[in-house]
Write a protein that binds this ligand. Structure first.
Ligand code: CU
Length: 431
């Protein structure tokens, strides 16, 4: 195959996309993925953006789209300060989003560069049994060094996922997963202006370690959207009045993620089982994304602002440092500090007034760990990490680089109450 054949093909659109490396460099925090990603969709439908991720390029071979997944070890940065050796596809975790159009015939080559066997299961995609990727049941596992060929037709539009079905516990815990988006050949429902794919995931990485622990069952301490922890999660920059679609996937080991959206409610329009009929769609401000499913939501972004979107399990917006520490809330820290100063000068009990203030401290941290100080926001520290991102609704989304903050119009922002205001409304803070 020569270079000219190495092109993306949008079958229905006929849109050709230039060759790109298997993995675009992860954009810096705040940098938008939209410009760097070469994606395509069917006519009248926008391409999917995978924040912090990439989209699989296709080669053309007759009427077949040919893709190549390489299962391999990858060095991955979860957020500045925390890197780990993970397993993924085509240089990253999650693997590239597979984007196709209903009716596309695809041939997927899977090369195994891992030290153990693997397979790829096309979760939710209706494929012939022998293409289902279940090690031992539907195929011989792909040995290290081998390349297998899968071939099937994406005969239903929807949001699906791919992941190994051999030593699942280890391979998925180490980061092997990806999203699959199949556009309908003809658009259905209202046209959307933005289309995003976000894979939720959970990891156990002990502070200072460089390997996620695949044996962990309950105490996960790194929570991610597309394998990034806030503040490294790219914001979703959208235009005021635009219709936005977000496709969530969950291949976590053990936890369902209730993803809460500020500023909006969204209609849940599809699962990995297919589209939900309009009469059965449910409005939610928190959409539960159970393990092993996808949930697709749509909303109209008619309210400008910086809107948090995050898992509502509070430990899932924590960093590693929130785990395994004693309860100190309400403790008389002065006595403890006094007795400790004899042995550890400068000792400081933490957490007695709650943990929020720790976000501001520049404490020395174990190497390769995510501190609790999180990131600087426009009004102080944002003391959240993990599975947290921001939807930035702007009047001019295409000229925004995503790094700026919303300026609330006068009179529309919470602030300290003045004495005059308190008096006028009969509020006595000392009552
Ligand atoms: Cu969660």
């Amino acid at each position: 195959m020569d270079r000219r054949e190495f092109i993306g093909i949008g079958v229905a659109a006929g849109a050709l996309v230039a060759a790109q490396p298997a993995r675009a460099q992860s954009p810096a925090p705040g940098e938008r993925a939209a410009r760097s990603q070469k994606t395509f969709a069917a006519p009248g439908q926008v391409a999917v953006v995978t924040p912090n991720g990439s989209t699989l390029p296709w080669r053309r071979s007759g009427n077949v789209k040919v893709g190549h997944l390489i299962a391999q070890e990858v060095e991955h940065e979860f957020a500045p300060g925390l890197e780990a050796t993970c397993w993924g596809y085509n240089g990253g975790t999650p693997g590239p989003t597979i984007e196709a159009v209903e009716g596309d015939r695809v041939r997927m080559y899977v090369t195994n560069r891992l030290p153990e066997a693997t397979t790829v299961h096309w979760h939710g995609v209706l494929v012939p049994s022998g293409m289902d990727g279940v090690g031992g049941l539907t195929q011989r596992p792909i040995a290290p060094g081998e390349t297998f060929k899968y071939e099937f037709t994406f005969n239903r539009a929807g949001t699906y996922m791919y992941h190994p079905h051999y030593d699942e516990m280890t391979q998925m815990a180490l980061g092997m997963m990806g999203m699959i988006v199949v556009h309908p050949r003809a658009p259905r429902g209202p046209r959307v202006d933005r289309d995003f794919a976000l894979m939720t995931h959970e990891w156990k990485i002990r502070p200072g370690m460089r390997r996620p622990d695949p044996n962990e069952m309950s105490d996960f301490n790194v929570l991610t959207f597309n394998s990034k922890s806030f503040p490294a999660t790219e914001p979703l920059v959208v235009g005021r009045g635009e219709r936005v679609r977000i496709r969530f996937g969950n291949l976590s080991a053990m936890d369902h993620h209730p993803i809460h959206m500020h500023g909006y409610y969204a209609m849940v329009t599809a699962t990995d089982g297919g589209a939900i009929p309009p009469a059965a769609q449910v409005p939610e401000t928190t959409v539960l994304v159970p393990v092993g499913t996808t949930r697709t939501v749509e909303f109209v972004a008619d309210e400008p602002g910086d809107w948090a979107m995050h898992c509502h399990m509070t430990h899932h917006i924590m960093t590693q440092m929130g785990h395994g520490i004693p309860v100190m809330v309400g403790a008389d820290h002065r006595r403890i500090d006094r007795s400790m100063h004899g042995v550890v000068p400068g000792y400081m009990t933490m957490g007695h007034d709650g943990m929020g203030a720790m976000a501001k401290m520049n404490m020395a941290m174990p190497r390769n760990s995510l501190p609790m100080r999180a990131t600087k926001g426009p009004h102080g520290s944002i003391d959240m990490g993990g599975m947290f991102t921001i939807i930035k609704v702007r009047d001019n989304p295409d000229t925004e680089d995503g790094s700026g903050w919303y300026q609330a119009p006068p009179g529309t922002q919470a602030d300290v109450a003045s004495a005059a205001e308190l008096q006028a409304d009969g509020i006595d803070p000392n009552a």
